[in-house]
Write a protein that binds this ligand. Structure first.
Ligand code: FES
Length: 189
């Protein structure tokens, strides 16, 4: 297994120049140790890339830039290939999920019931785009496939709480209620 020591600034600059991934600067604790534990379960073959990225995301909740660079080195594939695969599948995210992940369902039932409007309202209210993180790290926004609550579509899940029958107005209500509870405002003025 290839150890991760020696991830070079040149590598980082190269991938940054090509991709400008938003995961730069978000390094979880014990990154190298945790990556080595993951890599030890693989052979280091090209065909393992997608599976490896999925396991890395399961571990960290997103794909840190240093992890993508390390995966490229471990599998002996170009960094641009790793980023290309990571961005092709919308299951991957490049920023941490936030202390309260906000998941807007875009499965068929929710999409038909106005999920896109809910998603846009969440973007406006949180003042971030899908895949983004509020500056205070409280909320990360993502779109997900069916979460299994189609009867109450469209659905938004904040942390572990399923919010049913969402409308753009209800999105504002949900975050206003959270603001009242926590004293935190999701939108950075
Ligand atoms: S499609 Fe959204 S819960 Fe099933």
């Amino acid at each position: 297994m290839e150890e991760l020591g020696g991830i070079s600034r040149l590598d980082s600059a190269t991938i940054g120049a090509v991709t400008q991934p938003s995961s730069a600067g978000h390094n979880p604790p014990d990154l190298e140790k945790r990556l080595n534990a993951i890599f030890s379960r693989y052979y280091g073959e090209k065909g393992e890339l997608l599976s490896l990225l999925q396991v890395v995301q399961d571990e960290f909740g997103f794909l840190p830039l240093e992890a993508m660079l390390a995966a490229a080195r471990f599998l002996h594939v170009p960094e641009s290939k790793v980023y290309g695969v990571a961005t092709f599948y919308n299951q991957f995210r490049f920023t941490p999920p936030g202390r309260h992940p906000v998941r807007v369902c875009m499965g068929t039932a929710c999409h038909m019931a106005g999920g896109q409007l809910v998603l846009e309202a969440a973007e406006r209210t949180l003042d971030i785009k899908v895949g983004g993180l509020t500056p205070d790290g409280e909320f990360g926004l993502e779109r997900v496939a069916c979460v299994g609550c189609c009867a109450i579509a469209p659905v938004m899940v904040v942390g572990e709480t399923v919010q049913p029958r969402m409308t753009p107005f209800r999105v504002e209500e949900v975050f206003a209620a959270r603001k009242a509870q926590t004293g935190q405002t999701p939108k950075q003025e």
